[in-house]
Write a protein that binds this ligand. Structure first.
Ligand SMILES: C[S@@+](CC[C@H](N)C(=O)[O-])C[C@H]1O[C@@H](n2cnc3c(N)ncnc32)[C@H](O)[C@@H]1O
Length: 171
């Protein structure tokens, strides 16, 4: 079961766009069932995952809005479909910045009700890649509805939204 649009293919694409080298330390915020943590480790990254309700022993328990790691601990922070459901996107971006080393990379894909790019810039990131993935997300969401996969869906406000991928560098 994939819990973000594009599944593993999308995760691999984010890693390629971020130009991360194997051996880099990566934290997955809102890691869920740990699918991306598993993939990252297979690819040679030092990956950890954090989730408020982990669904795998690969993932540690914790709140992404106040993660239990010191400042500047990671070369990269990945988050797929989790910042919005945390209820505080600007707070999640600030926490991602705190956790990253200078020059570290943020690999973010999420639903977008308020434009993510200016929020990320205000939190201290320089955007390296910005992509609208709304068409892929719609396809994914309909498939999840069809298969009745509750774990992959979340309650969204009844407002028009998009789905966006950002690759950014911590200033
Ligand atoms: C749609 S799932 C995505 C899971 C995973 N990133 C993936 O793509 O397979 C959203 C995840 O965010 C987690 N989450 C929501 N709020 C959180 C918070 N404040 N701190 C940590 N995790 C949170 C949920 O428990 C859930 O596992």
């Amino acid at each position: 079961m994939k819990c973000h649009p594009g599944g593993e293919t999308h995760t691999r694409r984010m890693l390629a766009l971020a130009a991360l080298s194997p051996g880099a330390s990566v934290l997955d915020l809102g890691a869920g069932a740990g699918e991306s943590v598993r993939l990252l480790r297979e690819l040679g990254f030092m990956a950890r995952g954090l989730d408020i309700e982990p669904r795998s022993p690969l993932v540690e328990t914790g709140d992404l809005l106040c993660a239990p790691f010191p400042d500047e601990s990671f070369d990269a922070v990945l988050s797929q479909c989790a910042f919005f459901v945390s209820g505080d996107v600007p707070g999640a971006l600030r926490e991602a910045k705190r956790l990253l080393k200078s020059g570290g990379r943020l690999l973010l894909s999420d639903v977008e009700f308020t434009p993510l790019r200016p929020l990320a810039e205000a939190a201290g990131f320089t955007i390296l890649h910005d992509e609208d993935m709304t068409a892929l997300w719609r396809e994914y969401y309909l498939e999840a509805l069809w298969r009745d996969e509750d774990a992959c869906r979340c309650e969204l406000p009844r407002r028009k939204c998009c789905y966006r991928m950002l690759i950014a560098e911590r200033r």
